[in-house]
Design a protein around this ligand. Structure first.
Ligand SMILES: Nc1ncnc2c1ncn2[C@@H]1O[C@H](COP(=O)(O)OP(=O)(O)OP(=O)(O)O)[C@@H](O)[C@H]1O
Ligand SMILES: [Mg+2]
Length: 313
């Protein structure tokens, strides 16, 4: 379990992380989403004891990252932005080397390395030199080095960056397979990544948290009103009147500047499904309904909105 409370980091007069608080429950995959320069890496470095916070606290399984950093390091596996792999070592030798540094007892070493290679899907390339592996496989080895001492918490900084689409899917599958056994914080600036991999999302922008929740709850929380799009053939005024008189419709207006346009945007009271009423009103009014669809706000819209609002403050 990870608890972060009012964590801040200043580099000279740059405030990289500004009073960030969040929790990741045991076994959860938490997505740390934010644009370039948001403070993701800085937060992760503080969580992994690589950087001392300027203010605030963070703890891993109840151990403070500053006062009990040895306990934290034992419990944490870290995959930094650039994986710290040695290109001229074989996978097996490298994992043995990392396991020794991380204090895996000699009598457990072989079993730990084999299990880690199994989990990350590198067992069949164990004798290969890391420098000869594809980027996707090198990233698997990066994951393996984070896992080899069986930490309860994994911190993965943009684990899919620079990989091709097939490799991205494979790495995501490996990460998802670790859910439950490990608490995982994964940073990304790619939106589909969080909805595909994470059960909780923390959105960070300019060092501050600007949104938090499940991908679904974030969408619900931020939806001010639901919107329907309709294509209706008929006299503009009469159609507008018919639409606006429906119970649950807040407003209806034509899309675009063209007064002849037959595309309508209908704002609806959140949570109310008025699609049947809309189609009935249009048919009853003697108009023709060509299309009716609802528009859900994607995490991408929310993300854009959150980050733009933040920058305009
Ligand atoms: N060592 C440093 N010295 C000074 N400023 C730094 C240092 N490291 C980061 N920063 C600044 O702190 C802010 C946050 O950077 P950070 O690397 O944490 O962001 P990030 O969210 O990981 O971005 P990216 O998506 O590009 O990896 C940025 O403005 C960055 O320029
Ligand atoms: Mg970063």
């Amino acid at each position: 379990m990870i608890e972060v409370d009012q964590l801040s980091k200043e580099y000279g007069d740059v405030t990289a992380v500004d009073g960030v608080s969040f929790r990741a429950e045991r076994g959860q995959i938490l997505g740390f989403l934010g644009p370039n320069g948001a403070g993701k890496t800085t937060t992760m470095r503080m969580l992994t004891c690589y950087l001392p916070p300027s203010a605030g606290t963070a703890s891993v399984d109840g151990y403070d990252v500053v006062d009990e950093s040895m306990e934290v390091r034992r419990r944490i596996g870290y995959l930094p932005e650039s994986p710290p792999v040695y290109m001229d070592m074989t996978v097996d030798a490298y994992l043995g080397f990392v396991a020794r540094i991380k204090g895996v007892p000699t009598n457990q070493m072989r079993a730990r390395i084999d299990e880690t290679m199994e989990k990350t899907g590198v067992a069949h390339v164990r004798s290969n030199v890391i420098g000869h592996l594809s980027k996707g496989y090198r990233q698997r080895v990066g994951l393996a080095q984070a896992l080899v001492h069986n930490p309860s918490v994994l911190i993965l900084d943009e684990p899919t960056v620079g990989l091709d689409p097939k490799q991205i899917i494979e790495i995501r599958e490996v990460i998802k397979s670790l859910r439950g056994e490990h608490t995982i914080v994964l940073s990304t600036h790619i939106l589909p990544e969080v909805s595909m991999t994470c059960e909780k999302v923390v959105i960070i922008s300019q060092g501050r948290i600007v949104g938090e929740g499940s991908p679904e709850s974030l969408t619900a929380q931020l939806k001010e009103s639901d919107v329907l799009h309709a294509q209706v053939l008929g006299p503009v005024e009469a159609v507008g009147e018919a639409l606006r008189s429906i119970d649950g419709v807040l407003d209806a207006r034509q899309e675009g500047d063209d007064s002849q346009a037959d595309s309508w945007v209908i704002s609806v009271t959140p949570g109310q499904d008025v699609r049947d009423a809309v189609s009935r009103a249009i048919i009853d009014g003697g108009f023709s309904l060509r299309e009716l669809r609802s528009q859900d706000m994607s995490l991408e819209d929310i993300f854009l909105r959150l980050t733009t609002e933040e920058t305009t403050v």
